[in-house]
Design a protein around this ligand. Structure first.
Ligand code: ADP
Ligand code: MG
Length: 460
């Protein structure tokens, strides 16, 4: 039997340049339209069979969360229909379905009611939920006082202990600690063996391959293909690497009307990125922080600022005395392609262009990487790395490049950049951009904790 039928679903968001435009349009319906239409989902159709474990993968912004929200009824589609047969329990992006002012207990009962359980039924489920969440007396505190880890524990405990017929999980697991994650996956597996239908959105390709019966690939709001996990993960990697070819879809059970367009887009991107590929100097491992003047850089400038082609955090924080300004930044993968998506185990380069407004001796260039909880995972600077930056003149622009291997786990991260220095023995911040850009790491294998030690195992 079909548990979920998604039929020609399109979701259009209205984008307004300025908040006042939204107001103007709402005040005079039927008059001038002030919005631009954005297709977050474009004619998506797929079925999920009862008891199936289905993964949805795709780059950031491809519409995965929007799709899950439509299936769970949090959002309504602009056109198209979704038919759901069975009691749904969902773990959406942090916060969805919870009232921040209510306590944990109150939220448990509120969600239970929404799922159609009576108070007495929830009374019976409560001990199991509390036991799984294991957050102690915090359940009597308003949810807004929780750490993201505690929040996920409660949300997951709730979602999974209400006997769902359909369980929907959106990446939320990445927030808990590893032991809790392990506990969650064990529980998900139990649930699935009990016949529950599961839809999971994740960046962890290891999980996708291990658990999914079927995988759906979305890209920029379009359905690309669906099929066997291994093949879909390969396809996804090709999309990431910009080498997706329509012909690849043959024989993997696709129904992609979109393949055509995607192919054309990736062709276009390839030709745009050509100059960067030809500037291979850095790919040969020559470049180090500060001394990188590979021809690739000056040539990519023809394409305009790197920043314009990355997904930049609009809520970034900027701070500094203005003696220098970070005017551009880029992340380049192992092939020298500008991207927010990196593969674990592969080399990548962080670059920043800094313009100086006065003469500065020995400026320090730095980056840090935080996880979505705000924990600083790693970072370095040109001074620590022993790179002599010399004296920079007013009006000069310097490009600092950091090249290294990505050994962080497959997850989302935030990158911060800075240019600082010492003057008369005092530490001075010239310019800092906090959490300026989102960085997604794709992995085939996530180990325990923050990074991979690349252990080699032998048994004797
Ligand atoms: P994913 O989960 O795959 O990263 P999302 O479903 O969150 O993608 O978002 C798909 C696209 O829709 C993104 O480009 C996002 O910026 C956009 N989007 C999501 N929510 C809104 C909204 N409320 N208004 C406008 N655009 C939105
Ligand atoms: Mg999402």
């Amino acid at each position: 039997m079909t548990a979920i039928k998604v039929d020609n679903v399109t979701k259009v968001y209205k984008l307004f340049e300025r908040p006042i435009d939204r107001l103007k349009e709402s005040l005079r319906p039927g008059h001038k339209e002030y919005h631009r239409k954005f297709y977050a989902l474009n004619n998506i159709s797929f079925d999920v069979e009862e008891g199936q474990f289905v993964g949805i993968i795709g780059t950031n912004g491809s519409g995965k969360s929007t799709m899950l929200k439509i299936i769970t009824g949090v959002l309504t589609p602009t056109t198209g229909t979704v038919t759901v047969n069975g009691r749904v329990s969902a773990l959406l992006e942090l916060g969805a379905g919870f009232n921040m002012e209510y306590t944990g207990i109150e939220n448990i009962y509120m969600n239970g009611t929404m799922m159609g359980y009576s108070r007495q039924e929830m009374d019976k489920k409560l001990p199991e939920i509390l036991d799984f969440a294991d957050i102690g007396d915090f359940v009597y505190q308003p949810v807004k006082t929780y750490s993201s880890g505690m929040f996920v524990r409660l949300a997951f405990a709730l979602a999974i202990n209400v006997d769902p017929e359909i369980l929907i999980v959106d990446e939320a697991l990445a927030v808990g600690d590893v032991f809790f994650q392990a506990k969650c996956y064990k529980k998900i597996n139990e649930i699935r063996e009990g016949g529950t239908t599961v839809i999971l959105v994740t960046h962890d390709m290891g999980t996708v391959i291990k658990y999914c019966d079927k995988v759906i690939v979305l890209n920029r709001g379009h359905f690309v293909a669906e099929g066997e996990p291994g093949k879909m993960v390969d396809l996804y990697k090709k999309i990431l690497a910009g080498q997706f070819d329509e012909r690849e879809l043959e024989g993997i059970g696709q129904k992609a009307d979109f393949a055509d367009q995607l192919l054309r887009e990736s062709e276009k991107e390839k030709t745009q990125k050509q100059p960067e590929n030809s500037g291979k100097a850095e790919a040969d491992g020559k470049a180090a922080a500060g001394e990188d003047s590979a021809p690739g850089i000056s040539q990519t400038e023809q394409d305009g600022p790197w920043m314009e082609r990355l997904s930049i955090n609009k809520e970034q924080l900027q701070y500094g005395d203005g003696s220098a300004r970070i005017v551009d930044l880029g992340i380049f993968d192992h092939k020298g392609e500008l991207t927010n998506l990196l593969f674990k185990g592969k080399e990548f380069t962080i670059r920043m262009k800094v313009r100086f407004t006065r003469q500065i001796k020995d400026p320090i260039f730095a980056f840090t990487i935080k996880d979505s909880k705000g924990t600083e995972i790693t970072g370095t600077n040109s001074m620590i790395e022993g790179c002599d930056t010399g004296t920079v003149q007013a009006g000069q622009t310097v490009t600092a490049s950091f090249r290294q291997r990505m050994d962080l786990q497959g997850k989302d991260y935030l990158l911060s950049l800075g240019c600082t220095g010492f003057e008369h023995g005092e530490f001075v911040v010239y310019d800092r951009l906090y959490d300026v850009v989102n960085l997604t790491v794709i992995s085939d294998k996530n180990t325990v904790g923050y990074f991979d030690m690349n252990s080699r195992v032998t048994i004797e």
